[in-house]
Design a protein around this ligand. Sequence first.
Ligand SMILES: C=CC1=C(C)c2cc3[nH]c(cc4nc(cc5[nH]c(cc1n2)c(C)c5CCC(=O)O)C(CCC(=O)O)=C4C)c(C)c3C=C
Ligand SMILES: [Fe+2]
Length: 466
Amino acid sequence: MDASMSSHALSGLNFSKSNTADFTRDRSLHACELPRQSSWRSGTTGRTFQNLKLDTSAHNRNLAGKTFCSAEACIHPLSAIESPSHIEEDKVGVLLLNLGGPDTLNDVQPFLYNLFADPDIIRLPRLFRFLQRPLARLISTLRAPKSKEGYASIGGGSPLRKITDEQADALKMALEAKKVAANVYVAMRYWHPFTEEAVQQIKRDKIKKLVVLPLYPQYSISTTGSSVRVLQDLFREDKVLSRLPVAIIQSWYRRGGYVNSMADLIEKELQRFGSPDEVMIFFSAHGVPVSYVTDAGDPYKDQMEDCIYLIMQELKARGINNDHKLAYQSRVGPVQWLKPYTDEVLVELGKNGVKSLLAVPVSFVSEHIETLEEIDMEYKELALESGVENWGRVPALGCTSTFITDLADAVIEALPSAAAMTTDTTVSEPSSFKQNPVGFAIKMLLGSFLAFIALLVFPAFKNQNV
Ligand SMILES: C=CC1=C(C)c2cc3[nH]c(cc4nc(cc5[nH]c(cc1n2)c(C)c5CCC(=O)O)C(CCC(=O)O)=C4C)c(C)c3C=C
Ligand SMILES: [Fe+2]
C-alpha cells in the first residue's frame, strides 16, 4: 500500500487540509512512514480557500527536502490500510476532474475561448483582469484554425470525453469490487460535461460524501488548481453543497499503482525495439509558463521531476537501466515555458547520435491531441528528420486495470478525511455586470480594443503550436 496521495477537505468557508503524503525524493524519508499513531490525523485547520496557493508551495518545500510535512497537514491513512474492505454507509460520490476537449470541429473555438478565459491559464495582473474575456475571444479566434487542423487530423474532435467516461465506469466497478458503492461523475473544465453540470447531478443524487479526484497525476495551478477553484466557487454559493463533506486528492503520482503501471507500459514498449537496452526513454510532459513555478509557487515542475525519478527507480529495480530525459511540450504564446523544450531536445538528441527513442507522455492519463497529433505526428517526424532511426511511444494509461484499481484505493483512503461542513454562509461576490452593467460594457469594449493591440504585438499566440 502506498499512501502517496494528498487530499484536501473542502468545507464551506473553511479549507481544512488533510494531506496524506508529502515526500522527499528519498523513499526512506517517506513522511508517512511514521509510527502508527492516531495523532497524525489532522483536525480542521480553519484555512480559507485563498490559502490554496500556500498549500501547494508547502509541497514544493517538501520536495526540496527541507521539510517533510507539517503535523497539521499530514494524515496517516491507517484506517484504510487496516480495513481495506471498509464499508461506507453514506451515499458516496467520486468526482473526476479533467480538462475536456472539443467534441467536434465546431466546438474548437468556443473550447479555446473557455480555456483562455480562465485566469489560471492566462494570469493577468489584477488591474488588467477586465481584459481576460476580450483577450480570450481574440486569441481563441486566431488560434482556432490551427487547432482545428490538429483536431481534424485525429478524427475531428478530442477523444477525452469518451476515455474519461470509460475511466469513470471502470473506477465505479473497481470500487464495487472493493465493496464501496459509489456514483462516479465527470467534471470537465473547458467543455462538456462542465463542472457545473456534474455538481448539479451530485446535488440531485443527494450524495452524502464526495471524493474529488483530478485525472492529473501531478498538481499544477493551471489544471487541478483551476478545476478546484471552480468547484470551491460553486460550493461556496450553494447552501446544500457547502455542507457536503468533501475530500480532494491533490496529486497522486507517487502512488505505487501509478508508478508500477507506468513502468509496466515502458518495459513492454521497450521490448518492441531490436536492442531495448540502447533506447533512450524520453519523458515528454505538458509545459507551463516558468512564472507559474518561480512566481506563483506551482509545484508542477518539482512533482514532475520527482515522478520521473520514481518511475526510473522502479525500472532500475527491474534491472532496466536505460538512459532517460525529461522535456516539456505544448508551449503557447510569447512567454518563457519550462525548459528544456521537447522539440529542441529531440533535434539535439538526433544530432548527438541517439538512434532509438521511446516517447513517454507523463502529465496525463488518457490519449488526447498532444499524444495523438503532437507526439505521434509532429515530434516523431522531427526526431526522424534529426537522425533518430527507431521511434516508439508508450500509450496513455487509460483503463489499465492496475492503475484504475489503485485509483479506487486512493478514493477509499481519502473517504475518512472528507470534512464535516461548516454552517457558515457567504454572500458571493456579485459579478461586475450585475453591479454596473454600463461600466462593464465600457470595460469590455476597451478590453477588446487593448486585446487587439496586444495580439498585434504578440503574434506568437497565433503561430506557436500547442
Ligand atoms: C498536465 C497537463 C496540462 C497542463 C499543465 C496544461 C497547461 C496549459 N495548457 C495550455 C493551453 C492549451 N492546452 C490545450 C490542450 C490540452 N492541454 C492539456 C493538458 C494540460 N494543459 C490537454 C490534455 C489538452 C488536450 C485536450 C484535448 O482536446 O485532447 C490547448 C488546446 C489544443 C490546441 O491545439 O489548441 C491549449 C491552447 C496553457 C496555456 C497551459 C498553462 C498555462
Ligand atoms: Fe494544455
